[in-house]
Ligand binder design. Structure first.
Ligand SMILES: Nc1ncnc2c1ncn2[C@@H]1O[C@H](COP(=O)(O)OP(=O)(O)O)[C@@H](O)[C@H]1O
Ligand SMILES: [Mg+2]
Length: 432
């Protein structure tokens, strides 16, 4: 039943993969772990190759790795696993307490070295210790804004011209993320013939295919089996073109396939897209899950969508506390009020005072156009350009181009001088 994922993370078991070429050893290790209620053996592998494959497929937290195996040995497998699957921590097991083995294992990225024979207690306590260390390492890397190393070694590739990443997020559902993401993509595409990709990272219940009236022949899940060899051709092969020119990377057609997509996968895929497109727009769902955080970390702009009501504003405020804690640059998150003029709406000045962040754009309530667009599967920016909804989103696209489009003469990514005034704060008092 290892395909099931647990919703309650408090109950989450430590997932263990056992790798040893001798069947009896695999079996006795499995038995040693059997009665530990916090551990779950998710698979056994008999070779290095099998270990790498199963690490990709079963996503263990811990890999118990034998060193001497025919074919790919344990050290080589460890090297591959620690580079490609940072969620897995390797514990080496060997009969030789050899200093050279120990050193090579650690260089390969193993976290612990157990000399056979060992007791069940030794084994279980090292698994728990290594797991805890792995968790805290991950959290501290992410808090420091250091991306946890990706699956494809994207960072090591020569720098290509990099597109801009815009993520549309809201801590609350139904605020208009998908509507804005889809229309923004089309608006950007139309502005200057930019190449635009739209990623539906609302993996479980993505709406992009429906909003664009696309048949989902391929989805992001199709990339996962080959994620380690990810390249532009492969990505191009799974994109679905829309008649506007926007290329969509759709969510899996079945919700359970969403589980296959790990945070590092999504990040690697988006990074690859950024080498191919001028703009990559990501639609998300309402959770600060690792998947979303990983993308927020590398976004050039985060459009934080809120509706003008107390619960939504409260959530937006919490969101800015998170981005402050993560030390994102202040201009990265843009506060967007959707349905800004609906009945009973809290006004912009009060929202800014409450959230302590300027409102970057207001999008009006436009039910007639929104409903028509939904029914016809034709986004307003494409089918109904004169509508208030389309106009507001096109204005937003223009703002983003003005802020993000690289100016030819300028050096890319020039850091601002430390003494530069905080421009965004200036917008605050300007609102009338
Ligand atoms: N500005 C707007 N005016 C009228 N209806 C809107 C507006 N923005 C979004 N909607 C509608 O609100 C509903 C939720 O929007 P959606 O984009 O699916 O939100 P989310 O992706 O955040 O869950 C949809 O029916 C959509 O058509
Ligand atoms: Mg949505």
């Amino acid at each position: 039943m290892h395909g099931m994922t647990d919703a309650g993370s408090a109950q989450r078991k430590i997932r263990v993969l056992i790798v040893d070429d001798i069947p009896e050893t695999r079996e006795s290790l499995r038995k040693l772990l059997y009665f530990e209620s916090d551990l779950e053996v998710v698979g056994t592998a008999a070779s290095g190759e099998d270990a790498v494959r199963q690490t990709r497929e079963t996503r263990p937290d811990i890999v118990l790795m034998d060193i001497n195996m025919p074919g790919m040995d344990g050290i080589t497998a460890t090297e591959t696993i620690t580079q490609k699957f940072p969620y897995a921590q390797v514990i080496m097991m060997s009969v030789q307490a050899d200093a050279d083995y120990l050193r090579r294992s650690m260089l390969a990225g193993a976290r612990e070295f157990l000399t056979k024979p060992f007791t069940a207690d030794d084994l279980v306590s090292s698994i728990r210790r290594v797991y805890e260390l792995g968790l805290s390492r991950r959290v501290s890397l992410e808090q420091a804004g250091v991306p946890v190393e990706g699956v494809t070694g994207v960072a090591a590739k020569p720098a290509k011209p990099r597109g801009k990443l815009i993520t549309v997020f809201s801590p609350k559902g139904g605020t208009g993320r998908s509507t804005i993401a889809v229309n923004l993509a089309i608006a950007l595409q139309g502005l200057a013939d930019y190449k635009v990709a739209l990623v539906d990272a609302s993996l479980q219940f993505g709406d992009v295919a429906v909003l664009l009236n696309l048949q989902a022949a391929r989805s992001i899940a199709d990339l996962i089996p080959q994620i380690k060899d990810l390249d532009s051709d492969m990505i191009a092969g799974v994109l679905t073109p829309h008649s506007s020119g926007v290329k969509a990377l759709l969510a899996p057609s079945r919700p359970e396939l969403a589980d296959l997509v790990a945070p590092e996968h999504l990040k690697a895929i988006v990074q690859e897209l950024l080498t191919l497109f001028d703009f990559v727009i990501v639609d998300t769902w309402a959770s600060l899950h690792d998947l979303v955080l990983g993308i927020l970390d590398i976004s050039d702009r985060i459009l934080l969508i809120t509706t003008p009501d107390i619960p939504s504003i409260k959530n937006a405020k919490l969101f800015f506390e998170v981005t402050d804690a993560l030390q994102y640059p202040e201009e990265r998150a843009m506060l967007i009020i959707n349905m800004a003029d609906r009945r009973g709406a809290i006004n912009v000045r009060d929202i800014e005072a409450s959230i302590k962040h300027p409102v970057a754009a207001k999008i009006p309530l436009d039910e007639r156009s929104a409903i028509q667009a939904a029914n016809e599967g034709v986004p307003v920016v494409f089918g109904n350009r004169k509508s208030p909804l389309a106009q507001a989103i096109t204005d937003l696209a223009q703002t983003l181009v003005a802020e993000l489009a690289p100016k030819p003469a300028e050096q890319p990514e020039t850091p601002e001088p430390a003494s530069a005034p905080k421009v965004r704060r200036g917008l605050f008092g300007r609102t009338t």
